[in-house]
Design a protein around this ligand. Structure first.
Ligand SMILES: [Fe+2]
Ligand SMILES: [Fe+2]
Length: 375
């Protein structure tokens, strides 16, 4: 059995010092090269629909395309500071995001006025949307890789539609950042390590597990949370459109891996369980937004424990796993090998989601209704 140390580089998953020691030191790099070790697989079996669920998904994807340049109301005026205030007032119990006032009195936040709280809200938006954009580029690259590596024609067809979806997602997040917000952040180091691991792995199913199940499962939950909470109408609609695609992407992962994992040995499943755990921890670490606190001139180690204990933050951290846990359960990953991953998700405090609906069929619910598309 691998230890936490071997898997994530630290014995205690909550070891803040170790988490913060992973930082992006190449913030000025313009390109980032990752070795892609996989074989490109041709198949000579062209029978379309041999896997009916994938075929249905492919047919659905062909008619669900939208245009990021023309289907969204880009002429919407966005006053970023006003949005920060409106969001905080509507959802966060005020500008301090629910941090206990008695804790603030004794902390570096004590001197903060409304100005600093608004500034951190602005930085946090810039950071969040930047990481979404970088994650979408990860999805673009991973899905192009799946087109090459998956041995089934129905999956190659479907993955090809997802490549187009992801290009559109990168495009709309980049445009939103450029036109409506006030600055980009480089990729978070925890996210980059995870994307590197996924691209680097030679086994085709690991791309699916890392991207479609873990990264996109988390994205679907995070987009849903933000879609529900934001008071900014353009972002709300943008997220609505992206989620209609993401739900299909996660379904693609669940449907494909359900078939493949049924044939794996316990030892092979163990490697997948460990990979899922490692990905879960990396994704949790990135949401600490360490770069934002740093940019605000604060001692990150000092303020993070305060921020982490706010009830809103804790709700957000666990909610991120609301899709991942039931999907891992459906794939048999929670209970294989004596429930190894169940135990790990229990330690992370997210096992409570195991009986939520899985995303294998849920995509129909996210579909854009007739008339919801502008063109
Ligand atoms: Fe996407
Ligand atoms: Fe996606």
């Amino acid at each position: 059995m691998s230890t936490n140390e071997e898997l994530i580089g630290r014995a205690d998953v909550n070891d803040l010092e170790a988490i913060l020691s992973v930082a992006n030191t190449d913030v000025d790099e313009a390109i980032h090269v990752v070795k892609n070790n996989a074989d490109a697989i041709f198949t000579w079996d062209y029978e379309k629909g041999r896997r009916p669920a994938l075929n249905r998904l492919y047919e659905k994807a062909k008619t669900a395309q939208w245009n990021g340049a023309t289907d969204l109301p880009w002429d919407t005026e966005v006053d970023q500071e006003a949005v920060v205030v409106a969001n905080a007032t509507a959802n966060m119990g005020g500008m301090a995001g629910g941090i206990d006032p008695s804790v603030i009195a004794d902390s570096p936040f004590a001197k903060w006025t409304e100005k600093e709280w608004i500034q951190v809200g602005v930085e946090s938006q810039n950071w969040t949307l930047s990481q979404f954009m970088h994650g979408e580029q990860g999805a673009l690259i991973c899905t192009a890789k799946i087109v090459e590596t998956v041995p089934w024609i129905d999956a190659k067809y479907y993955a090809a539609t997802q490549v187009m979806d992801e290009a559109r997602h990168v495009e709309v997040f980049a445009k939103y950042l450029d036109d409506k917000l006030s600055g980009h952040y480089p990729i978070n180091a925890h996210l980059r390590l995870l994307l590197d691991d996924i691209v680097n792995d030679s086994r085709w199913d690991m791309t699916y597990l890392g991207m479609q199940i873990m990264v996109e499962g988390l994205a679907l939950a995070a987009f849903g949370f933000m879609h529900q909470l934001t008071t900014e109408p353009l972002l709300k609609q943008l997220l609505r459109y992206v989620m209609s695609d993401e739900a299909r992407h996660v379904a693609f992962g669940v449907i494909s891996l359900k078939e493949y994992y049924a044939e794996l040995t316990d030892a092979e499943l163990k490697e997948r369980q460990e990979f899922a755990f490692e990905a879960a921890v990396r994704m949790r670490d990135r949401f600490l937004q360490q770069e934002v606190w740093d940019r605000m001139g604060l001692n990150v180690k000092e303020v993070l424990p305060l921020v982490m204990h706010s009830p809103q933050r804790q709700l957000f951290q666990t909610m991120l796993f609301s899709k991942i846990v039931p999907n891992c359960k459906k794939l048999g990953l929670l209970d294989a090998n004596g429930g190894w991953l169940r135990q790990k998700f229990t330690e992370l405090g997210v096992i409570g989601f195991e009986d939520n609906p899985d995303t294998g069929e849920e995509y129909a619910m996210f579909q854009l209704a007739e008339g919801e598309l502008a063109s």
